[in-house]
Design a protein around this ligand. Structure first.
Ligand code: PHE
Length: 518
């Protein structure tokens, strides 16, 4: 039987003859910590052997200073002990306590004035000396200090050692509290009475009924712990979606709701051809510089695209077509084959448009709405709002009737669904769209206009080489995922959202849904 059960049985036996027990007294009589008894009481109470009632009681306990005295001696007693049989002068006695005498201290004003140094040793000595006199340890006669009697006991230390016999309101208690040697502390304890299932011996409580107990009939004799149906289950630690994933999910749901289909985006490495050339972006364009784009070294070049397509793109860049004169420069196939980390999701769109054009050859024209959300890479200087990799959301509508008005309408509806109602469109330039519009929105939290996206109607110079019929228009828009996520989750530094500084706890606590349409 373990010790807890020993204690339990002692309590139960005592309850046989005593109606109410006091847990403090039991702990004292067993010479154990009160806290150690509490566990045992809880066990007995949950099995209804006993009933407890919480009580409070004020008690005198030692302060740190009181404890120090208890472990050595009181100040007055130290003075008493140091006094020799024949007596001693005050000066010599103070010397024994290493107290410096009156000193000349230079005051700030420059005048010289005698001043007693504020010496804590001296203060303590004075206190002890006064007490020693008051308590009748020492006397002073014509400047000579001597003991009143030999072999007196250290009364304070004695009192402190018997603190529990001192009554709370007594003069003695008051004096000890005044001298900061003892203080009052409220302790909690239990009054113990018999419970409804009281027995004078504790029987083991089984947590579960086992097959063996059922088979051998033991269960008839066993006591079982009652089940706490109100206990909360253990919290399950689950995986949580990162804020970017939550917002990404919401954006894709909005776009799916608007009839868009997701494009396959699982290709971070792309050829310059699909990222730039197919988008009618000249090979000397600054975005194609190593300062802005990550180039791959192995393999450095991608495989050849369909030569027919390649030649069409080449001639569009060199000499133009569909009413355009092109860029009038020598187009390099090698430049187009350079592998890069895609710099925008429009690389995904250009590839998809080529695929659609192929399908048109087989099946004829059909309108289509596509979207993509995925990672893109730019050789940026990292700071609080820029990382070298981020996400873009892009939508394209391939339709004979697609117009700038429709583009503005779709963009308005998309942003309305993420809670941004006020929009402004500002003309801008993209090599692959004409007209092109930057999108600004009124930020409800920041209370100002902020740029939230870019858009436009894809140029015939881009669409014609891909094989999109002349009467089919393609409108498109794109925006970043990080910016709205940071704004809606109030993340000030992008490095606390992506990378090693992300706090798992914050990710757990973030709301799942951030956008509400009005
Ligand atoms: N690709 C553009 C960007 O990276 C966004 C865009 C997409 C613009 C589609 C026009 C049309 O900012």
């Amino acid at each position: 039987m373990d010790q807890k059960q020993d204690y339990a049985n002692i309590i139960l036996t005592q309850l046989e003859s005593i109606e109410t027990l006091n847990s403090l007294e039991i702990a004292k009589s067993l010479s154990i910590n009160h806290q150690d008894l509490v566990g045992c009481l809880l066990q007995l109470e949950s099995a209804n052997y006993i009933k407890t009632e919480g009580q409070k009681q004020d008690q005198l306990i030692l302060t740190n200073e009181g404890n120090t005295i208890l472990n050595s001696q009181s100040g007055e007693y130290e003075i008493y002990q140091k006094i020799p049989q024949e007596g001693i002068s005050m000066l010599d006695l103070q010397k024994l306590f290493c107290i410096e005498q009156v000193q000349k201290v230079k005051q700030e004003q420059g005048e010289k004035k005698e001043k007693q140094i504020d010496d804590p040793k001296k203060k303590q000595f004075d206190l002890g000396f006064g007490n020693a006199k008051k308590m009748g340890y020492i006397k002073m006669d014509k400047g000579l200090i001597s003991k009143v009697a030999n072999d007196l006991p250290d009364k304070i230390k004695l009192e402190l050692s018997q603190l529990n016999t001192i009554k709370l309101g007594s003069q003695q208690a008051k004096l000890l509290i005044e001298r900061k040697l003892a203080m009052i502390s409220t302790i909690k304890y239990f009054e113990i009475k018999k419970g409804i299932k009281y027995a004078n011996k504790f029987r083991e409580q089984y947590a579960a009924l086992t097959t063996e107990q059922l088979l051998n009939g033991e269960w008839k004799e066993c006591d079982y712990k009652s089940i706490n149906l109100n206990a909360e289950g253990e919290k399950i630690s689950m995986g949580n979606l990162h804020p970017l994933l939550k917002v990404r999910k919401q954006f894709s749901q909005i776009l799916i709701g608007l009839g868009f289909e997701e494009m396959p985006t699982n290709q971070f490495v792309e050829s310059s051809f699909w990222n730039f050339d197919a988008l009618f972006q000249p090979q000397k364009h600054p975005a194609r510089d190593a300062h802005d784009t990550f180039f791959c070294s192995d393999p450095e070049l991608s495989e050849e695209v369909d030569p027919n397509l390649r030649d069409k793109v080449k001639s569009m860049h060199q000499t133009g077509g569909v009413g355009s004169i092109g860029y009038q420069y020598e187009w390099s196939n090698e430049e187009a084959r350079k592998n890069i980390l895609r710099t925008h999701t429009t690389a995904v769109s250009s590839k998809m448009l080529y695929r659609i054009a192929q399908l048109y050859k087989e099946k004829g024209y059909f309108p289509k709405k596509y979207f993509s959300i995925d990672k893109v890479f730019r050789n940026e200087t990292l700071d609080a709002t820029h990382l070298a990799e981020f996400h873009q959301i892009e939508g394209i509508v391939i339709d004979k009737n697609a117009s700038l008005g429709q583009l503005m309408g779709i963009i308005r509806e998309f942003f309305r669904q993420i809670g941004i109602n006020k929009l402004w469109f500002k003309p801008t330039y993209n090599p692959y769209t004409e007209p092109s519009m930057e999108i600004y929105g009124y930020h409800p939290v920041l209370k100002k206009k902020v740029e939230i996206g870019n858009s436009g109607v894809f140029r015939p110079e881009m669409l014609a080489p891909l094989g999109i019929p002349e009467d089919v228009n393609v409108i498109a828009w794109g925006l970043g995922l990080e910016r709205p996520t940071m704004i809606y989750y109030d993340i000030r530094d992008i490095r606390t959202m992506v990378g090693p500084e992300v706090k798992v706890e914050t990710v757990r606590q973030n709301a799942f849904c951030v956008f509400e349409s009005k």
